[in-house]
Design a protein around this ligand. Structure first.
Ligand SMILES: Nc1ncnc2c1ncn2[C@@H]1O[C@H](COP(=O)(O)OP(=O)(O)O)[C@@H](O)[C@H]1O
Ligand SMILES: Cc1ncc(COP(=O)(O)OP(=O)(O)O)c(N)n1
Length: 270
């Protein structure tokens, strides 16, 4: 029988389906990995922004993590929104027992500008979780928080990626350039060398959940045994096409669109 890879996301929710756990699970499924999820916060949000947040108690997060590890294999995992220090602590303890590559999307602020992590706890994330990662995938504002400086150029992005690995102890860093003008370029520093991943900039405001989708795709590819640069290359292609075919849904920044719901594929089922 064919062995399927099992991939876990630990993150907050998005009832409108474009970001958070919902985006991660859709991505895992599309990339033919068996998706599993541990919810950290239930977020009332849609394409226009965050309305309300309910953080789960840390003992309940631990209970979900144990439910996974005492029963299910995990070939790779990612974290998204981890809102506070108490949650970070239980996740950090659990990670010590798990032998699988860990991808961190250091989610701090939603595209709408709403904060998704308590400010004073950003330091804890940096100190205790970043050193346990195989990869951290910050966008520009998140990179600025992690390295404590302003990122304005591609040279700044490269330098920051190196700092995240050498000074903060990440396994590797992928600094994403979606928030800069010009080409959509991301820089991976793997501790030895830089890799550059470029695509054209697509003229679309429907980019809700791109960071979640990208990191979930990298995690799925890692779970299937791809080396890190190859996993990022494949995932970059996946997220670029998801932006190109994004949905004009909702009143705000619409969600990205994976392969299965694209017109030419969808029509084959009718
Ligand atoms: N308009 C766009 N066209 C093409 N690629 C984009 C566009 N906006 C973002 N990207 C790409 O999407 C990925 C996520 O980027 P980014 O917006 O920086 O992260 P986040 O969603 O976490 O804020 C990156 O690979 C980035 O280069
Ligand atoms: C629950 C939850 N997690 C993460 C985000 C932010 O997602 P991201 O992929 O960075 O996309 P934007 O929403 O910033 O475009 C979120 N909104 N909710």
């Amino acid at each position: 029988m064919r062995q399927v890879s099992c991939t876990l996301t630990i993150a907050g929710t998005d009832p409108s389906g474009g970001a958070g756990i919902q985006a991660d699970l859709k991505t895992f499924q599309e990339l033919k990995s068996y998706g599993m999820s541990v919810v950290t916060s239930v977020v009332s949000q849609n394409t226009t922004g965050v309305k309300d947040v309910h953080h789960l108690p840390e003992n309940f997060i631990m209970s979900q993590l144990k439910a996974i590890s005492e029963d299910m294999p995990v070939q790779a995992l990612k974290t998204g929104m981890i809102a506070n220090k108490k949650m970070m602590k239980v996740i950090s303890e659990w990670l010590d027992e798990v032998d699988a590559p860990y991808v961190m999307d250091p989610v701090m602020v939603a595209q709408s500008g709403d904060p998704l992590i308590e400010k004073e706890d950003q330091r804890y994330l940096k100190k205790y979780l970043v050193p346990k990662t195989a990869l951290v995938t910050p966008n520009i504002p998140e990179t600025e928080v992690l390295v404590g400086g302003i990122i304005e150029t591609e040279a700044d992005m490269r330098e920051a990626a190196e700092v995240i690995v050498k000074d903060l102890g990440a396994g590797a860093a992928l600094v994403k350039g979606g928030h800069l003008n010009g080409r959509a370029v991301d820089f991976l520093y793997d501790g030895q060398r830089f890799h550059e991943f470029e695509s054209e900039r697509i003229d679309s405001s429907n980019t809700h959940g791109t960071g979640c989708t990208y990191s979930a795709a990298i995690t799925a590819y890692l779970s299937q045994g791809h080396a890190l640069p190859q996993a990022v290359k494949e995932a970059k292609h996946f997220v670029t096409e998801a932006i190109r075919h994004s949905f004009d849904l909702g009143k705000g920044s619409g969600p990205t669109n994976h392969f299965a719901l694209r017109e030419e594929v969808f029509n084959q089922w009718l």
